[in-house]
Design a protein around this ligand. Structure first.
Ligand SMILES: Nc1ncnc2c1ncn2[C@@H]1O[C@H](COP(=O)(O)OP(=O)(O)OP(=O)(O)O)[C@@H](O)[C@H]1O
Length: 254
């Protein structure tokens, strides 16, 4: 296990939707430049937990979060936390590609312009770099002024990843980023994520066990709002300590 200081630390995190307790005391750490997969059956709280890490649950009414979550040693639930800044540093990619109904270029430039950047050359440079890092530049370099909605699903998802990269996050949260895509697009995204690991910390929710075992360093298995087991991915998939983990990864339930 990694002995460096975690970039994100979570301690005894409980989350309630109204009275329904969806997370029942999760403690888990994430280290720089590692990919962690969150796995578990539908409804076990993976997406809910992922959203606590950049306070996306704040946007849902009647949610209560207790426990502690820190990013770079800052308590992200403290009243001083600027959630706009937090979500720049801890970006998110969703299951369905969700480009804005603008051109490819404007999608990726969006966050830069919102942040007040006016230098057109600088914006163009960052857009190109981000599209290259997201491994979609060759597909779109002649279509920068076309609507992002005219691209394939896989290309749209990579443009959405470029949009996140443009605002220089440290952590990228990915909620089933390939489940709406065909196998070729999924494989392209997996390759890209493994390349991005050189520079970013990533946490990915996935139902695809092969995907988790191919790309992640660590795996956390959730069940009914609890963290059942966390460990190196190779250990979780070859020698799980808990019977529930073994049953899940061997397809006996879920
Ligand atoms: N916006 C919401 N309002 C109320 N309850 C919610 C909301 N989102 C999720 N829940 C409930 O919280 C629990 C955990 O859901 P969550 O979506 O986090 O699970 P999951 O493991 O990500 O599932 P899946 O793999 O199907 O996406 C479920 O019981 C779900 O019904």
């Amino acid at each position: 296990m990694n002995s460096t200081k975690p970039i994100i630390e979570t301690r005894d995190v409980h989350l309630y939707y109204g009275k329904n307790e969806a997370l029942k005391g999760i403690s888990l750490d994430f280290h720089k430049k590692e990919i962690t997969a969150l796995i578990g059956p539908s409804g076990c709280g993976k997406s809910t937990y992922l959203r606590t890490l950049n306070r996306m649950n704040d946007l849902i009414p009647d949610v209560t979060v207790t426990g502690k979550i820190s990013f770079n040693d800052q308590d992200i639930y403290s009243p001083q936390m600027d959630t706009v800044e937090l979500r720049k540093k801890v970006g998110m990619v969703f299951q369905q590609p969700n480009p804005f109904p603008f051109s490819v270029f404007d999608n990726v430039a969006y966050g830069l312009r919102i942040a007040g950047m006016k230098d057109k050359e600088k914006i163009a440079r960052i857009v190109e770099e981000s599209l290259k890092k997201a491994a979609v530049w060759d597909d779109v370099k002649d279509k920068l002024n076309q609507s992002a909605l005219s691209l394939s699903g896989g290309q749209q998802q990579r443009v959405c990843i470029a949009r996140v990269l443009a605002i220089e996050p440290e952590v990228i949260l990915l909620d089933e980023p390939t489940s709406a895509l065909d196998p070729i697009s999924s494989a392209q995204i997996e390759r890209m994520l493994m390349e991005l690991k050189e520079d970013y910390t990533m946490i990915i929710v996935t139902h695809n066990m092969q995907q988790a075992s191919r790309i992640s360093d660590n795996t956390a298995f959730f069940l009914n709002g609890e963290l059942i087991e966390f460990g190196e991915t190779s250990q979780i998939f070859t020698n799980p300590k808990e019977k529930q983990t073994e049953d899940y990864i061997s397809g006996r339930f879920g």
